[in-house]
Design a protein around this ligand. Structure first.
Ligand code: NIG
Ligand code: FE
Length: 434
C-alpha cells in the first residue's frame, strides 16, 4: 500500500507512455528516425495521479494492488486507450468571423493567394477581428478552445496576427493571456505581426517596407509587456520575403524571443536555412521544402512542424512526404494550424489521420509527432507530451481498443475523458463544469 492517489485509471487495453523507457528519448530531446515509431505501449496497464502529477504507471496487476482503497477516484478504462493529451503546436485560434464564403470561392477554383492579393483572405479576418471588443473576441475564441479540449488537446500554441497594428496585436495577445488564465487548456502565445501587410499600408508608396519597419517597432513593446514567448513570420510567396523575415526574426531573437517560422507553404524561399541560422525552435508547413532544406534542418536540429490539414483543405497536390523527412532524420511534430482560412479544424485526431493518409506517416509516428514531439516544438518537452513519473498529468482516454484505430476510424472524436494537470475536465465526452 502507498498513499492513496487522487485518480487511478485501471485496466486500459493500452497505455501509450511515449516515455524514454523503450530506448527512445523521453522528456529530454525530440525524437527522430526509428524513435518516432516507439510509443512505449503497456498492454493492460494502469496509472495513478496525485497532486496534478503522474505518480505510478505500469501493468495493471502491479499498479492496482497499490491503490486498493476507497479514498480515491478509480476509473475502469477496460477496452480503452490511455495516452498523453495532444499538444497542438501551431494555431491561429483567436479571430473574428469566418471565411465560409471564401471556401465556396475556392471550391469554384479561385486560389488562396489570389483571394489574399485582392484584399480578402487573411485581410478579411483582420477586418472581422478588429471590429470585436476584447470580450467578444475572447468569447468567440473560447468556443474553439472548448472544442479542442473535447477532442483531447491539453496544450495549444496560439498566434496573434489578425490585428496588424500595435494596439490590435496587443488586444489579441491580451485575449490569449486572459484565456490562458481562465481556461483549463495551457496556451502558449506567439507574436505574428508579420502575417500580412494590412490594407492601410497597401496603397502607400513603399507600403510593404514601411509595414516591416512597423513590425520591428512593435517587437520591443510586445516583448516588454511579456506577452509572447515566440516570434513568427509568414515567409512565403505573397507574404514576407526571406530578407524581411531575416530582419524581423533577427531583431526578435536579439530581444529574447524564441523563433518560429511559417515557411514553404506555397513556395520555398529558403526559410529552412534561415531557421537554422537563427537557431529557430521550429519551421512550420514545409509542404514545398527542398531536399537540401530538409537536410539542413535535420543537421541543424530544427524541428519541422507539419500541418497536413492545410494542403488537404486548400486542395494542394504533391506536397512533401513526411515519411521522407523521417528517413532523412528530421524530428517532426504535427499541428492543426487551426484558422478560418486554410484549416478550420481543431481536431488533432483528424490531423493524425491526414498525416497517415496524405503524408505517409505510420500511426505510431503520427501519434509521437502529435504528443511528445509537439511538446518539444513549444520547448515544453519536460512538462507534457508523455506519461512519465513526476510529469504533469495531462492524460486522455480514447474509446478504442488500440492506438491503431485512431487514424483508421477517421473523422470521429474518440476522446471520452480528458484529465488536465490532474483534474478531470472532460467526462463522457462533455466538459465538466468546475
Ligand atoms: O498558417 N499561412 C499563413 N497563415 C495561416 C493562414 C491564415 C489565414 O488564412 O487566415 C496558415 O496557413
Ligand atoms: Fe499558420
Amino acid at each position: 500500500m502507498v498513499d492513496p492517489a487522487d485518480i487511478v485509471l485501471v485496466n486500459a487495453s493500452e497505455v501509450l507512455t511515449l516515455g524514454g523507457d523503450s530506448g527512445a528519448p523521453g522528456a529530454g530531446t525530440p525524437r527522430s528516425g526509428p524513435q518516432l515509431d516507439e510509443l512505449g505501449v503497456i498492454h493492460n496497464g494502469s496509472l495513478a495521479i496525485k497532486d496534478g502529477c503522474l505518480v505510478d504507471i505500469g501493468p495493471s496487476k502491479e499498479v492496482d494492488k497499490r491503490y486498493v482503497t476507497d479514498a480515491l477516484e478509480r476509473i475502469d478504462v477496460s477496452g480503452k486507450v490511455v495516452m498523453p493529451g495532444f499538444v497542438d503546436p501551431h494555431t491561429h485560434a483567436v479571430f473574428g468571423g469566418s471565411r465560409v464564403e471564401e471556401f465556396e470561392l475556392r471550391l469554384k477554383g479561385k486560389s488562396y493567394l489570389d483571394i489574399l492579393k485582392e484584399g480578402g483572405g487573411i485581410l478579411d479576418t483582420v477586418r472581422a477581428t478588429r471590429r470585436l471588443s476584447i470580450e467578444d473576441l475572447m468569447s468567440a475564441s473560447e468556443q474553439h478552445l472548448d472544442n479542442m479540449l473535447l477532442h483531447g488537446t491539453t496544450t495549444v500554441e496560439v498566434k496573434s496576427g489578425y490585428g496588424l497594428s500595435l494596439d490590435e496585436e496587443l488586444k489579441i495577445l491580451e485575449a490569449i493571456r486572459r484565456l490562458d488564465e481562465r481556461h483549463p487548456l495551457d496556451i502558449v502565445p506567439t507574436f505574428l505581426g508579420a502575417h500580412a501587410v494590412p490594407e492601410e499600408f497597401i496603397g502607400k508608396h513603399d507600403g510593404h517596407a514601411q509595414y516591416v519597419e512597423e513590425v520591428l517597432a512593435m517587437l520591443p513593446v510586445v516583448k516588454e509587456r511579456g506577452r509572447a514567448r515566440f516570434c513568427d513570420v509568414f515567409c512565403d510567396e505573397g507574404a514576407f520575403s526571406l530578407e524581411d523575415s531575416k530582419k524581423i526574426l533577427g531583431e526578435a531573437k536579439s530581444l529574447g524571443f524564441d523563433i518560429k517560422l511559417h515557411a514553404c507553404e506555397f513556395k520555398d524561399l529558403g526559410g529552412a536555412f534561415l531557421a537554422v541560422k537563427l537557431g529557430a525552435v521550429s519551421v512550420d508547413h514545409l509542404d514545398h521544402v527542398s531536399k537540401d532544406g530538409i537536410k539542413a534542418l535535420a543537421e541543424g536540429k530544427v524541428m519541422g512542424v507539419l500541418l497536413p490539414g492545410v494542403p488537404f483543405f486548400l486542395g494542394q497536390k504533391n506536397v512533401v512526404q513526411a515519411g521522407r523527412m523521417v528517413e532523412m532524420g528530421l524530428p517532426i511534430a504535427l499541428g492543426t494550424d487551426f484558422n478560418p482560412g486554410s484549416c478550420p479544424t481543431i481536431s488533432m485526431q483528424m490531423i493524425i489521420s491526414l498525416a497517415c493518409m496524405e503524408m505517409g506517416l505510420t500511426p505510431a509516428q503520427a501519434i509521437c509527432a502529435a504528443t511528445i514531439n509537439a511538446a518539444h516544438a513549444l520547448g515544453l518537452g519536460w512538462e507534457t507530451g508523455s506519461l512519465e513519473l513526476g510529469k504533469r498529468a495531462d492524460v486522455i482516454v480514447l474509446d478504442i481498443p488500440s492506438y491503431k484505430h485512431l487514424p483508421y476510424q477517421f473523422g470521429i472524436n474518440h476522446v471520452d475523458i480528458v484529465i488536465k494537470a490532474g483534474k478531470i475536465v472532460v467526462e463522457d465526452k462533455r466538459i465538466v463544469s468546475t
